[in-house]
Design a protein around this ligand. Sequence first.
Ligand SMILES: CC(C)(COP(=O)(O)OP(=O)(O)OC[C@H]1O[C@@H](n2cnc3c(N)ncnc32)[C@H](O)[C@@H]1OP(=O)(O)O)[C@@H](O)C(=O)NCCC(=O)NCCS
Length: 183
Amino acid sequence: MPVLVGERVHIRPHRREELAKLVKLRNRGVNQWGWRRRFYSLEEIEAEFERNGLIDPERHVVLAIVDKNTQDYLGAVEYFNINWFDATVSLSMYLLGEDRLGKGIGSEATRLIVSHLMGDFPFVRIEAETTPDNQAARRVLEKNGFKLEGTKRMAAWAEGRWCDLCLYALTRPDWERLREGEE
Ligand SMILES: CC(C)(COP(=O)(O)OP(=O)(O)OC[C@H]1O[C@@H](n2cnc3c(N)ncnc32)[C@H](O)[C@@H]1OP(=O)(O)O)[C@@H](O)C(=O)NCCC(=O)NCCS
């Protein structure tokens, strides 16, 4: 797995000392963001880390987003539902610490991971889902070329209620058009 280098962040495999922060983030996702189905323990994440460094290229890859200069842990990005037959994959991202939100980190990290998935693999479609009121996530996806394909009704249990989920996707032709526009 190469280190993905942006202007402000690196995306790279996790280090053991970062796993407690990852568990905290993942467990926030259970209720608050609605896309985790159960709580995780540090022990099980550590056991998975021992097995594969949280990188299972056939199924699910979990990477750390860190500050390029200090290597401070900023959050995580995961890609999963890896389907090599249809060449599709799902993406989710979450940053640690309210004070870090809204400063462009999510946009840059999304651009980096999308370039990696489209540039280094033959994926033709990347999916991402978010609750309708998550304006930051929606904006970050739209800025990176993802298109809203529809709303899945009552698709996730979050913050004590059933929530709809907006389904976004970026296809390879979308990504190629975006890159041509940037050049
Ligand atoms: C979603 C998330 C990764 C985005 O990262 P971020 O670093 O906060 O995002 P950025 O600062 O790069 O961009 C946020 C964009 O949303 C916009 N935005 C934020 N809140 C908004 C609101 N309430 N209404 C409209 N736009 C909003 C910002 O203006 C910015 O757009 P701009 O660059 O055009 O000005 C981050 O907020 C996060 O971790 N949230 C919690 C977990 C989560 O919801 N993950 C997504 C699951 S798919």
